[in-house]
Design a protein around this ligand. Structure first.
Ligand SMILES: [Zn+2]
Length: 207
């Protein structure tokens, strides 16, 4: 995916995000997107085999994109769902380790490298939508489109991209030396067609 294609994808999804945010509901304190809520607590095996990735899938035939996305998702099922979900669970910790190592091994050398890296390995299309100064640091509004973890999954009422949340923390922490926290607030699995992360980066030692 070249710069031009990435720009086009981001433009496309920003419009979609705007539309979906207008249709957002809050139920029991949880944000829910417009896609129909399915009454189940976990993703089924058959759900993971139907990714929707019109932009990241263009270099591959439709089938090939589906195949490697499904392979990635089957790999994730090595973790029991109960552990992945629990607080600062295994998926977040694994993501932090991977993110840290990507920087330590110079696969990612700067913030500008993150989006091309994620696109190259088809993890997702990163949109650094907003950056603002806060006390002792910065707050970021990050969006990921066509996420390898969740694109095309049903709305089960909550986000599931813990591994990607961890990767964001690990990469930014290692690049900046700041204390980073991240939370996924919108996801395919909470009814949207994108993932959105609230990220905070603060100077170390300022609690
Ligand atoms: Zn997600």
């Amino acid at each position: 995916m070249n710069d031009e294609e990435m720009k086009k994808a981001i433009e496309h999804y920003r419009l979609l995000v705007e539309k979906e945010l207008k249709q957002e509901k809050t139920i029991g304190g949880k944000r829910l997107g417009p896609r129909k809520l399915i009454e189940k607590t976990n993703i089924d095996l058959m759900d993971i085999t139907r990714p929707k990735r019109p932009f990241l899938g263009t270099d591959a035939t439709d089938d090939l994109d589906t195949i490697y996305v499904t392979t990635f998702r089957i790999g994730s099922s090595k973790n029991p769902v109960s552990l992945s979900k629990s607080g600062y669970g295994t998926d977040i910790v694994a993501g932090i380790e991977l993110g840290t190592n990507l920087v330590k091994n110079s696969l990612i050398k700067s913030v500008e490298d993150i989006a091309p890296f994620l696109a190259k390995y088809k993890i997702g299309i990163l949109d650094i939508f907003k950056e603002e100064e806060i006390e002792n640091g910065k707050k970021l509004d990050l969006r990921v489109y066509e996420c390898i973890e969740c694109a095309g999954l049903p709305n089960i009422g909550e986000p599931i991209c813990y591994f990607e949340t961890g990767m964001i923390i690990g990469i930014l922490q290692e690049l900046t030396g700041k204390k980073v926290s991240a939370e996924e607030i919108r996801c395919w699995t909470s009814g949207y067609s994108f993932c959105q992360f609230n990220v905070e980066m603060k100077e170390q030692g300022n609690e």
